[in-house]
Design a protein around this ligand. Sequence first.
Ligand SMILES: NCc1[nH]cc(CCC(=O)O)c1CC(=O)O
Length: 312
Amino acid sequence: MQPIKIGTRGSKLALFQAYHIADLLNAQGIDTEIVKIETKGDKVLDVAISKIGSKGVFTEELEQQLASGQVDIAVHSAKDMPSRLGEGFELIAFTKREKVNDIILSHHEQIDYKNPEKPLVLGTSSTRRVATLKHYYPHIRTTEVRGNLQTRIRKMKEGACDALLLAYAGAHRMGYDGLIRHELSLEEFIPAVGQGTITVEAYKNLDESLKNKIIEATHHYETGYELQAERSFLKVLEGGCSIPVFGLARVDEDHLTLEGGIISLDGEERIQLEVKGSVNDAEKLGADLAHQVLHTGGDKILEEIKKEINHK
Ligand SMILES: NCc1[nH]cc(CCC(=O)O)c1CC(=O)O
């Protein structure tokens, strides 16, 4: 059999994730070949993601190659995937989830983010993280630091900021555990939908038996239900990484708990609600939670955010 061609972005984190999928496939006797693809999100480094337009900046080129059959599957951080994929595309597998928390990472050993007396500048380009900081820690200033993880760390050391606010998963995968100074609580910093898991995307032309083999080798069922609920939640709220929507599902045997909400860009209004049910209703639970969030004032927050983003 021909090796399976795995399409990936060329950043170190993306390559790590692609090799992780390759390892899982190789362990089941499936040969693989990694194909690097450059995306718009990789090329445009001087503009905030929320301004490029969040829809698939890291994914569009990979999907073109999937559709033309140049690669068989594409590997992504699940968090980077828009809630609606192009016609014929599907996320067929989600790997076992890493710790989902956000973390504060710095080359300085002492970072005291809770003390209002201590000025602190955190680097982040996520509207969710900026808004959440404004809500809980209004004394912290933020600045946009973009680029891949190594670039951001370099910019931090050059003085762009005191510390970076990042996902644990990415920092850990890149081997930066030694620079992690704080793990943020899931009460305050509910992550973005999909944070901490890697996903496999396929196009409808993928051979069915090959697809099943890939699923068997890489899919983690509990994570899959969590992602189903979270992504269904996101779909109703028309998320994308420029809107500070957060959502986190937890599966315990066949029970699923989904927490999620939205926060205004200035951090003043924050709505967080929770639904519980069976894993078999994951998709419905996600949509239900989203509608509840909209009905409890989320609709106004969302409208306001869209206005503000369009004006920038
Ligand atoms: N927004 C970019 C991005 N997409 C996925 C991760 C981290 C890895 C993951 O969550 O699986 C990151 C970096 C970050 O948010 O710090």
